[in-house]
Design a protein around this ligand. Structure first.
Ligand code: NAD
Ligand code: TYD
Length: 438
């Protein structure tokens, strides 16, 4: 519903004709943006007001305010999301989910530093949307983040950006503290500065959702009746989970101290499209398809609770819209499996899905399974009881593992180029250090 003005050298502003429509008109009283080469459109703030977003002057983004222009369809402001880490696995799935659900009713600004895990290919389908903007910035960069808040009236923050891989955290913990702890502090501070009113309360309707992990709760024994609840004490073991626990604590501190409007979600292991092949499921799919050995850490009996990523995206949205502020919600698949079971399921599913004519089919079998040295400090079992989110919000895991793993494998079949791109270059070095040179 936005209008794009390409290659204009003067933009005069918009005037609404009727609610939901706008025309570009040359009226001097409106804000004039001179020498812009691209104007990406308008967002209404309230009926009768609008903010011109992203007018770029040959690469430099600037913001201008126009008045008396377009009304949103329902007379309400279009909600603006600031998503951090949206070029990663869960963040990109969340952005797809949100546009599928809300289409042009929302606007998303995605801020991502594009580390090895960030990939703009994941967002090819949405990059041309007028209600989507990508900003390459590090969440530790206070100036860059406060600039985004200054230039945009952000309503929701959904904070995914993090270093997310346990094995990498064991090898190089410092970057985990930097990004996960310091970066979260910067995000909290900038949101607080933008949203806080002079009396210490916060602007109406603003919400921050911190995306965290079940790993903060530590490790459960091999007992099917033991679960992580929201009340389970934190007991992180890896540098990754310790850094996520620290970031959760910062969010809790902001909620307790300032009444900062936030929620935390602690989710179990995700799987699905766009997952980087350092994590178990895509690594096993990719190795199996290439006839490479399938590395199992330790005895292969460590248990993880696997959730299809789209169900996680849905949970995040539901918590932000229906959850009680200041609350933590555990999100899980009720789908606990030993790692070795996961590997067997992937082998079987690949066998079922590949046609007999596919030459890869012959070499995919249990002989590829290779037990390797265990991960240091390897947590034994994670299991979430998603009782609270189900009771309070009505969320539950919709995708059964059998269906989810087929969808995931089908996605990797259809996106061989994606996998080839992400496994070239630096990935080979990582893989050799992790698996070949041990
Ligand atoms: P990911 O590693 O795939 O993506 C992380 C994204 O953050 C990447 O796009 C990366 O470029 C970006 N990023 C990293 N450092 C940054 C920085 N300093 N500034 C800006 N951007 C930066 O991770 P993921 O698996 O999508 O996980 C997303 C979030 O969900 C993380 O906070 C993670 O702790 C949490 N989580 C993940 C899982 C899981 O199974 N993957 C489960 C529960 C919670
Ligand atoms: P991972 O996908 O790294 O997630 P997390 O450590 O955050 O749970 O690993 C999932 C499980 O699979 C974990 O118990 C470690 C194990 N694993 C292997 O056995 N082999 C592998 O090559 C990898 C990457 C993981």
């Amino acid at each position: 519903s936005r209008t794009i003005v390409r290659n204009a050298n003067v933009c005069y502003g918009f005037e609404s004709t009727k609610c939901g429509e706008a025309v570009l008109i040359p009226v001097a009283s409106r804000t004039i943006v001179r020498n812009a080469n691209v104007c990406h459109g308008f967002e209404s703030t309230k009926c009768g007001g609008a903010v011109l977003i992203s007018c770029s002057f040959y690469g430099k983004i600037s913001l201008s305010i126009t008045k008396n222009v377009r009304c949103a369809q329902n007379g309400e402001k279009m909600r603006t999301y600031l998503v951090t880490g949206g070029a990663g696995f869960i963040g990109s799935n969340y952005i797809h989910y949100m546009f599928k659900k809300y289409d042009n009713e929302i606007r998303i600004i995605n801020v991502d530093a594009l580390t090895y895990a960030g990939n703009l290919e994941n967002l090819k389908d949405v990059e041309k949307r007028e209600n989507y903007t990508f900003v390459k910035a590090n969440i530790c960069d206070k100036d860059a983040i406060s600039k985004i808040f200054a230039e945009n009236d952000i309503d929701r923050v959904v904070h995914f950006a993090a270093e997310s891989h346990v094995d990498r955290s064991i090898r190089n913990p410092e970057i985990f503290v930097q990004t996960n702890v310091l970066g979260t502090a910067v995000m909290l501070n900038c949101a607080k500065a933008a949203w806080e009113l002079p009396d210490g309360s916060f602007k109406e309707g603003k919400k921050f959702l911190h995306v965290s992990t079940d790993e903060v709760y530590g490790s459960l024994p091999d007992d099917d009746n033991a679960f992580f609840y929201e009340t389970t004490p934190y007991d992180p073991h890896s540098p990754y989970s310790a850094s996520k626990a620290s970031s959760d604590m910062l969010v809790k501190a902001y909620m307790d101290t300032y009444h900062f409007p936030a929620n935390i979600t602690n989710c179990s292991n995700n799987y699905g499209p766009f997952q980087f092949p350092e994590k178990l499921i895509p690594l096993i799919i990719n190795n199996a398809l290439h006839g490479k050995k399938l590395p199992v850490y330790g005895d292969g009996k460590n248990v993880r609770d696997w959730l299809y990523v789209e169900d996680h995206a849905k949970a995040i949205d539901m918590v932000q819209e229906q959850g009680r502020l200041f609350e933590t919600y555990n999100v899980g698949g009720h789908n606990e499996k030993q790692n070795i079971e996961i590997i067997h399921i992937i082998i079987e599913t690949l066998q079922e899905m590949l046609p007999d004519s596919d030459p890869r089919k012959a070499h995919i079998n249990n002989d590829l399974i290779t037990y390797v040295e265990d991960r240091k400090g390897h947590d034994r079992r994670y299991a979430i009881a998603p009782d609270k989110i189900k009771a309070e919000i009505g969320w539950y895991p919709e995708t059964m593992f059998k269906e989810g793993i087929r969808k995931t494998i089908a996605w990797y079949f259809e996106h061989e180029d994606w996998m080839n791109n992400v496994t070239s270059g630096d990935y080979q070095k990582y893989y050799n250090e992790m698996y070949e040179e041990k």
